[in-house]
Design a protein around this ligand. Structure first.
Ligand code: SAM
Length: 272
Protein backbone atom coordinates (compact mmCIF):
# COMPACT_ATOMS: atom_id res chain seq x y z
CA UNK A 1 0.00 0.00 0.00
CA UNK A 2 1.62 3.32 -0.99
CA UNK A 3 2.21 5.98 1.66
CA UNK A 4 0.30 9.28 1.45
CA UNK A 5 3.44 11.11 0.19
CA UNK A 6 3.94 8.55 -2.57
CA UNK A 7 0.35 8.95 -3.75
CA UNK A 8 0.87 12.72 -3.82
CA UNK A 9 4.09 12.27 -5.81
CA UNK A 10 2.34 10.00 -8.28
CA UNK A 11 -0.43 12.60 -8.61
CA UNK A 12 2.13 15.32 -9.34
CA UNK A 13 3.95 13.13 -11.88
CA UNK A 14 0.70 12.43 -13.71
CA UNK A 15 -0.26 16.11 -13.47
CA UNK A 16 3.13 17.17 -14.85
CA UNK A 17 2.96 14.62 -17.66
CA UNK A 18 -0.55 15.81 -18.58
CA UNK A 19 0.59 19.44 -18.35
CA UNK A 20 3.46 18.76 -20.76
CA UNK A 21 1.19 17.02 -23.26
CA UNK A 22 -1.36 19.80 -23.05
CA UNK A 23 1.42 22.41 -23.23
CA UNK A 24 0.42 23.74 -19.79
CA UNK A 25 3.95 24.16 -18.43
CA UNK A 26 4.54 27.85 -18.47
CA UNK A 27 7.97 29.32 -19.10
CA UNK A 28 8.75 32.78 -17.77
CA UNK A 29 11.91 34.66 -18.75
CA UNK A 30 12.85 37.74 -16.75
CA UNK A 31 15.43 40.32 -17.81
CA UNK A 32 16.99 42.16 -14.92
CA UNK A 33 20.10 44.03 -13.84
CA UNK A 34 19.78 42.40 -10.42
CA UNK A 35 19.01 38.69 -10.89
CA UNK A 36 19.93 37.88 -7.28
CA UNK A 37 16.86 39.77 -6.09
CA UNK A 38 14.72 36.88 -7.39
CA UNK A 39 16.51 34.13 -5.50
CA UNK A 40 14.56 34.29 -2.25
CA UNK A 41 10.99 34.83 -3.52
CA UNK A 42 11.27 32.01 -6.03
CA UNK A 43 12.87 29.54 -3.66
CA UNK A 44 10.14 29.53 -1.02
CA UNK A 45 6.60 28.37 -0.59
CA UNK A 46 4.11 27.91 -3.43
CA UNK A 47 6.27 29.28 -6.26
CA UNK A 48 9.12 26.97 -5.31
CA UNK A 49 6.75 23.99 -5.22
CA UNK A 50 5.35 24.94 -8.63
CA UNK A 51 8.90 25.05 -10.03
CA UNK A 52 9.85 21.76 -8.32
CA UNK A 53 6.77 20.05 -9.74
CA UNK A 54 7.62 21.31 -13.22
CA UNK A 55 4.45 23.38 -13.54
CA UNK A 56 6.43 26.51 -14.35
CA UNK A 57 10.01 27.24 -15.41
CA UNK A 58 11.48 30.60 -14.51
CA UNK A 59 14.72 31.90 -16.03
CA UNK A 60 16.25 35.14 -14.80
CA UNK A 61 18.71 36.67 -17.28
CA UNK A 62 21.28 39.31 -16.42
CA UNK A 63 20.93 42.13 -18.94
CA UNK A 64 24.67 42.78 -18.61
CA UNK A 65 25.36 39.43 -20.29
CA UNK A 66 24.04 40.95 -23.52
CA UNK A 67 26.58 43.78 -23.69
CA UNK A 68 29.78 43.72 -25.75
CA UNK A 69 32.08 46.27 -24.08
CA UNK A 70 34.49 45.42 -21.33
CA UNK A 71 32.54 47.39 -18.71
CA UNK A 72 29.23 45.68 -19.60
CA UNK A 73 27.53 49.04 -20.01
CA UNK A 74 23.76 48.82 -19.90
CA UNK A 75 22.80 52.48 -19.41
CA UNK A 76 23.71 55.94 -20.67
CA UNK A 77 22.81 59.61 -20.16
CA UNK A 78 19.45 60.77 -21.53
CA UNK A 79 19.55 62.72 -24.79
CA UNK A 80 18.33 66.26 -24.12
CA UNK A 81 19.78 66.24 -20.62
CA UNK A 82 18.13 65.58 -17.31
CA UNK A 83 18.90 63.53 -14.26
CA UNK A 84 19.41 59.78 -14.07
CA UNK A 85 20.41 57.14 -16.57
CA UNK A 86 18.42 55.32 -19.23
CA UNK A 87 18.74 51.63 -20.15
CA UNK A 88 20.26 51.29 -23.62
CA UNK A 89 18.21 49.52 -26.27
CA UNK A 90 20.83 47.08 -27.64
CA UNK A 91 21.23 44.74 -24.61
CA UNK A 92 17.45 44.49 -24.20
CA UNK A 93 16.82 43.78 -27.89
CA UNK A 94 19.60 41.19 -27.97
CA UNK A 95 18.41 39.51 -24.79
CA UNK A 96 14.82 39.21 -26.01
CA UNK A 97 15.93 38.00 -29.45
CA UNK A 98 18.11 35.36 -27.84
CA UNK A 99 15.21 34.14 -25.66
CA UNK A 100 12.84 34.13 -28.63
CA UNK A 101 15.37 31.92 -30.43
CA UNK A 102 14.49 29.30 -27.82
CA UNK A 103 10.79 29.86 -27.22
CA UNK A 104 9.59 31.22 -30.55
CA UNK A 105 8.42 34.59 -31.68
CA UNK A 106 4.91 34.77 -30.26
CA UNK A 107 5.54 35.20 -26.52
CA UNK A 108 4.26 38.44 -24.98
CA UNK A 109 7.17 40.72 -24.10
CA UNK A 110 6.08 42.74 -21.10
CA UNK A 111 7.78 45.87 -19.85
CA UNK A 112 7.19 46.60 -16.16
CA UNK A 113 6.58 50.32 -16.00
CA UNK A 114 4.53 52.73 -13.89
CA UNK A 115 3.08 53.92 -17.21
CA UNK A 116 1.60 50.53 -18.14
CA UNK A 117 -1.95 49.17 -17.76
CA UNK A 118 -2.79 48.44 -14.14
CA UNK A 119 -2.19 44.88 -13.01
CA UNK A 120 -5.27 43.14 -11.56
CA UNK A 121 -6.86 39.70 -11.27
CA UNK A 122 -8.17 39.78 -14.86
CA UNK A 123 -4.72 40.62 -16.23
CA UNK A 124 -3.17 37.85 -14.11
CA UNK A 125 -5.74 35.42 -15.52
CA UNK A 126 -5.07 36.58 -19.06
CA UNK A 127 -1.31 36.10 -18.62
CA UNK A 128 -1.73 32.71 -16.93
CA UNK A 129 -3.19 31.32 -20.17
CA UNK A 130 0.03 32.08 -22.08
CA UNK A 131 2.64 29.34 -22.50
CA UNK A 132 5.47 31.90 -22.32
CA UNK A 133 6.05 35.31 -20.83
CA UNK A 134 9.06 37.57 -21.15
CA UNK A 135 9.28 40.27 -18.47
CA UNK A 136 11.63 43.25 -18.73
CA UNK A 137 12.60 45.04 -15.51
CA UNK A 138 13.62 48.63 -16.03
CA UNK A 139 15.82 50.61 -13.65
CA UNK A 140 17.12 54.13 -13.08
CA UNK A 141 15.06 56.53 -15.24
CA UNK A 142 13.60 53.66 -17.28
CA UNK A 143 14.31 52.26 -20.74
CA UNK A 144 15.03 53.82 -24.12
CA UNK A 145 11.69 54.58 -25.79
CA UNK A 146 12.57 52.40 -28.81
CA UNK A 147 12.30 49.36 -26.54
CA UNK A 148 8.73 50.31 -25.77
CA UNK A 149 7.95 51.10 -29.41
CA UNK A 150 9.59 48.17 -31.20
CA UNK A 151 10.29 45.36 -28.73
CA UNK A 152 7.60 45.08 -26.09
CA UNK A 153 4.06 43.93 -26.76
CA UNK A 154 2.56 44.93 -23.43
CA UNK A 155 3.30 47.30 -20.54
CA UNK A 156 2.21 46.60 -16.98
CA UNK A 157 2.18 48.74 -13.87
CA UNK A 158 1.57 47.19 -10.45
CA UNK A 159 0.25 50.44 -9.02
CA UNK A 160 0.24 54.18 -9.17
CA UNK A 161 3.58 54.76 -7.51
CA UNK A 162 7.18 54.58 -8.67
CA UNK A 163 9.52 51.79 -7.59
CA UNK A 164 13.28 51.95 -7.94
CA UNK A 165 13.23 49.05 -10.40
CA UNK A 166 10.97 46.57 -12.14
CA UNK A 167 12.16 43.56 -10.11
CA UNK A 168 9.56 43.81 -7.34
CA UNK A 169 6.87 44.41 -9.95
CA UNK A 170 7.97 41.31 -11.88
CA UNK A 171 7.84 39.26 -8.66
CA UNK A 172 4.29 40.44 -8.00
CA UNK A 173 3.21 39.54 -11.54
CA UNK A 174 4.91 36.12 -11.43
CA UNK A 175 3.41 35.29 -8.03
CA UNK A 176 -0.14 36.24 -9.01
CA UNK A 177 0.11 34.47 -12.39
CA UNK A 178 1.74 31.25 -11.17
CA UNK A 179 -0.81 30.66 -8.40
CA UNK A 180 -3.50 30.60 -11.12
CA UNK A 181 -1.77 27.85 -13.14
CA UNK A 182 -3.52 24.48 -13.07
CA UNK A 183 -2.17 22.23 -10.31
CA UNK A 184 -0.18 24.93 -8.49
CA UNK A 185 -2.63 25.31 -5.61
CA UNK A 186 -4.08 22.22 -4.00
CA UNK A 187 -7.84 21.91 -4.43
CA UNK A 188 -8.42 23.22 -0.90
CA UNK A 189 -6.35 26.31 -1.68
CA UNK A 190 -7.57 26.82 -5.23
CA UNK A 191 -10.52 28.70 -3.96
CA UNK A 192 -12.80 30.30 -6.46
CA UNK A 193 -13.83 32.38 -3.47
CA UNK A 194 -10.54 34.27 -3.30
CA UNK A 195 -11.00 38.00 -3.49
CA UNK A 196 -11.56 39.24 -7.07
CA UNK A 197 -12.03 35.73 -8.55
CA UNK A 198 -15.78 36.22 -8.93
CA UNK A 199 -16.10 39.95 -8.53
CA UNK A 200 -16.25 39.87 -4.71
CA UNK A 201 -13.87 40.33 -1.85
CA UNK A 202 -13.55 37.17 0.21
CA UNK A 203 -15.64 36.57 3.35
CA UNK A 204 -13.97 36.79 6.82
CA UNK A 205 -11.90 33.78 7.83
CA UNK A 206 -11.46 32.35 11.36
CA UNK A 207 -9.38 29.58 12.88
CA UNK A 208 -8.85 28.12 16.37
CA UNK A 209 -9.26 29.01 19.17
CA UNK A 210 -13.03 29.35 19.18
CA UNK A 211 -12.75 32.17 21.73
CA UNK A 212 -9.74 34.49 21.82
CA UNK A 213 -9.68 37.31 24.39
CA UNK A 214 -13.46 36.96 24.65
CA UNK A 215 -13.88 37.45 20.89
CA UNK A 216 -15.91 34.56 19.55
CA UNK A 217 -15.95 32.92 16.17
CA UNK A 218 -19.41 33.42 14.55
CA UNK A 219 -21.49 30.41 15.78
CA UNK A 220 -22.71 29.56 12.26
CA UNK A 221 -19.18 28.46 11.34
CA UNK A 222 -19.28 25.84 14.11
CA UNK A 223 -22.73 24.53 13.19
CA UNK A 224 -21.58 21.88 10.72
CA UNK A 225 -24.40 22.98 8.41
CA UNK A 226 -22.51 23.38 5.13
CA UNK A 227 -25.38 24.99 3.30
CA UNK A 228 -25.86 27.63 5.99
CA UNK A 229 -22.10 28.25 6.20
CA UNK A 230 -21.95 28.75 2.42
CA UNK A 231 -24.91 31.14 2.59
CA UNK A 232 -23.35 33.12 5.45
CA UNK A 233 -20.04 33.38 3.59
CA UNK A 234 -21.69 34.55 0.40
CA UNK A 235 -23.61 37.22 2.34
CA UNK A 236 -20.47 38.33 4.15
CA UNK A 237 -18.57 38.53 0.86
CA UNK A 238 -21.31 40.66 -0.66
CA UNK A 239 -21.55 42.90 2.39
CA UNK A 240 -17.78 43.35 2.57
CA UNK A 241 -17.52 44.11 -1.13
CA UNK A 242 -20.33 46.60 -0.86
CA UNK A 243 -18.58 48.34 2.03
CA UNK A 244 -15.08 48.38 0.60
CA UNK A 245 -15.27 47.98 -3.19
CA UNK A 246 -18.80 48.70 -4.39
CA UNK A 247 -17.37 49.19 -7.90
CA UNK A 248 -16.65 45.44 -8.10
CA UNK A 249 -20.25 44.39 -7.51
CA UNK A 250 -21.36 45.77 -10.86
CA UNK A 251 -19.43 42.94 -12.58
CA UNK A 252 -20.43 40.11 -10.21
CA UNK A 253 -23.12 37.56 -11.08
CA UNK A 254 -25.80 37.74 -8.39
CA UNK A 255 -28.91 35.65 -7.83
CA UNK A 256 -32.28 37.34 -7.33
CA UNK A 257 -32.01 36.71 -3.58
CA UNK A 258 -28.51 38.24 -3.52
CA UNK A 259 -29.68 41.32 -5.38
CA UNK A 260 -32.35 41.77 -2.72
CA UNK A 261 -29.67 41.38 -0.06
CA UNK A 262 -27.60 44.12 -1.73
CA UNK A 263 -30.66 46.39 -1.75
CA UNK A 264 -31.32 45.64 1.95
CA UNK A 265 -27.71 46.39 2.92
CA UNK A 266 -27.76 49.61 0.90
CA UNK A 267 -31.07 50.69 2.45
CA UNK A 268 -29.74 49.94 5.95
CA UNK A 269 -26.58 51.88 5.20
CA UNK A 270 -28.56 54.85 3.88
CA UNK A 271 -30.70 54.88 7.04
CA UNK A 272 -27.66 54.83 9.32
N1 SAM B 1 11.09 57.60 -14.92
C1 SAM B 1 10.10 56.59 -14.95
C2 SAM B 1 8.70 57.23 -15.00
O1 SAM B 1 8.54 58.28 -14.44
O2 SAM B 1 7.80 56.64 -15.61
C3 SAM B 1 10.18 55.71 -13.72
C4 SAM B 1 11.38 54.84 -13.71
S1 SAM B 1 11.44 53.79 -12.29
C5 SAM B 1 12.44 54.73 -11.18
C6 SAM B 1 12.53 52.52 -12.75
C7 SAM B 1 11.88 51.23 -13.21
O3 SAM B 1 11.13 50.68 -12.15
C8 SAM B 1 10.92 51.34 -14.36
O4 SAM B 1 11.58 51.35 -15.60
C9 SAM B 1 10.06 50.12 -14.18
O5 SAM B 1 10.64 48.98 -14.76
C10 SAM B 1 10.04 49.94 -12.68
N2 SAM B 1 8.82 50.44 -12.05
C11 SAM B 1 8.70 51.49 -11.23
N3 SAM B 1 7.45 51.67 -10.78
C12 SAM B 1 6.74 50.65 -11.31
C13 SAM B 1 5.37 50.29 -11.22
N4 SAM B 1 4.50 50.99 -10.50
N5 SAM B 1 4.97 49.18 -11.88
C14 SAM B 1 5.83 48.48 -12.64
N6 SAM B 1 7.14 48.79 -12.76
C15 SAM B 1 7.60 49.86 -12.12
Amino acid sequence: MPEKGEIQNEKFKILHFASCILNLVMRIDILSLFPKMFESPFSESIIKRAIDRGLVSIFVHNIRNFTHDKHHTVDDYPYGGGSGMVLKPAPLFEAVESIKGEIGDTAPVILLTPQGRLFCHQVAQELSSQPNLVLICGHYEGVDERVREHLVTDEISIGEYVLTGGELAAMVVVDAVVRLLPGVLSSEQASQEDSYAQGFLEYPQYTRPQVYREWEVPPILLSGNHQEVARWRREQAIQRTLERRPDLLGKAVLSEEERKLVDRIKAKRDRA
